[in-house]
Design a protein around this ligand. Sequence first.
Ligand SMILES: *Cc1c(COP(=O)(O)O)cnc(C)c1O
Length: 222
Amino acid sequence: MSIKENLNNITSQLPKHVTLVAVSKTKPISNIMEAYDAGQRIFGENKIQEMAEKHEQMPKDIQWHMIGHVQRNKVKYMAEFVNLIHGVDSFKLLNEINKQAKKHNRTINCLLQIKIAEEDTKFGMSSSDAKKLITSEEFSILNNICINGVMGMATFTDETNQIEKEFNRLKTTFEDLKQVEATNCTLQTISMGMSGDFKLAIDCGSTMVRVGSRIFGRRNYN
Ligand SMILES: *Cc1c(COP(=O)(O)O)cnc(C)c1O
C-alpha cells in the first residue's frame, strides 16, 4: 500500500477528537511530501537536528512535533519553529525551553512525559512529581511555556492487559493534573498510542496518537 493509502486507512479509524502525529523519523523528504500531499500537516521527529533540516526544506504550514528525548543544549535549534515538545520530564529542561522561547518571542507548547511503563525506562516523571512541578513557584514564572497535557509510552510487549493498565495510568494522571489550578497550563492532550496500539490507546482516552511505521513502512536505521 502507498503512504497515502496507509494514511487514509488510519485517519478513517480515528474519532474526530483524536489528532494524528505522523512519525517521519529516518524517512526522506519525498516520503513526507507524499503524506503532505495527502493532507497530513503534523509530523513527529525524535532528533532535533533531523527535524530542523526537514523544517528548513519543507512547506512552512507543517507543524513539527518533537517526540524524542530532548537534550537541553539542542533546544535552541528548534525553539523558533517547534509546535509541540512531547518528551518534557524535568524542570531544568522546561527552564531552558522557556529561555529559548523567550528569545523568539513565542510560547512553546509542551507535554509532560510520565513514566507509565513497568519496564525500566530512563525517561518520564512520576505523576506526583508532575503535580509538584506544575504547582511550584519556579514553574509559575515560566511564561513562555504552555503545558498542554501529558505523554506516555507503554511497555514494549504483546500483552494487551499490561499496555491497557499503563494507558489507564496516564489517563488517571491527566485527570489528576487537571484538578490542580496551575498557571501556564492548558491541559487538553493525552499523547499515547503508536502503530501497534493506537486503537487501544484511544479506547483508554488518548487524544493524540503517534504513528510511524503503519504510515511510512518499516524504518531502516543503517
Ligand atoms: C518512533 C516513535 C513512534 C512511532 O512508532 P511506530 O511504532 O513506528 O508507530 C511513536 N512515539 C515515539 C516516542 C517514537 O519514538
